[in-house]
Design a binder for this molecule. Structure first.
Ligand SMILES: [Zn+2]
Length: 158
């Protein structure tokens, strides 16, 4: 599949990622699905609601949001209702990787099981020293076993 991202949508993701740095940001991509082509029309910024209920390793700071996010299902449902009312759907989500490569982590893979379906885009915006770097998109395949890279086309602003 191909994800069409208008330049203004990229700018919205970048602005969000830079504003929350060094924490991860999270949000949803609203748009249309047309065969193999998804087009983003709106970027919905959400709050990273990770609140440290889970300590993942003894050395882990459970309250850190620098390498994890929590997309609250209530935020998702609210955004989905608004998208459908406008005739669109949620076609993906995004989050940032502060000072890390834009490659899904194992934690991302586990978290992604609860979000979206087979054509759902998982966009990752890398951000280094507070400045936006590469953007990638991923699809969860093989019933959630692994991610594959998805083509991204940045469309110029109309
Ligand atoms: Zn991640």
């Amino acid at each position: 599949m191909t994800l069409i991202l208008p330049a203004k949508a990229v700018a919205a993701i970048v602005a969000h990622a830079e504003a929350t740095y060094p924490d991860e940001c999270v949000g949803l991509l609203v748009g249309t699905l047309n065969g193999e082509q998804k087009t983003v029309l709106q970027v919905v910024t959400l709050e990273n609601r990770w609140s440290g209920q889970v300590q993942l390793a003894p050395t882990d700071d459970p309250t850190s949001r620098r390498d994890r996010f929590y997309l609250d299902p209530r935020d998702y449902l609210r955004a989905e209702r608004a998208a459908r009312a406008a005739g669109y759907e949620i076609i993906g989500c995004y989050h940032s990787h502060p000072d890390a490569d834009p490659i899904p982590s194992e934690r991302d893979r586990i978290g992604a099981q609860a979000i979206g379906g087979s054509g759902f885009s998982f966009v990752i915006q890398a951000i280094r020293n507070g400045v936006a770097a590469e953007l990638t998109s991923w699809l969860l395949v093989n019933e959630g076993v692994r991610f594959i890279a998805e083509d991204v086309q940045i469309a110029p602003v109309e």
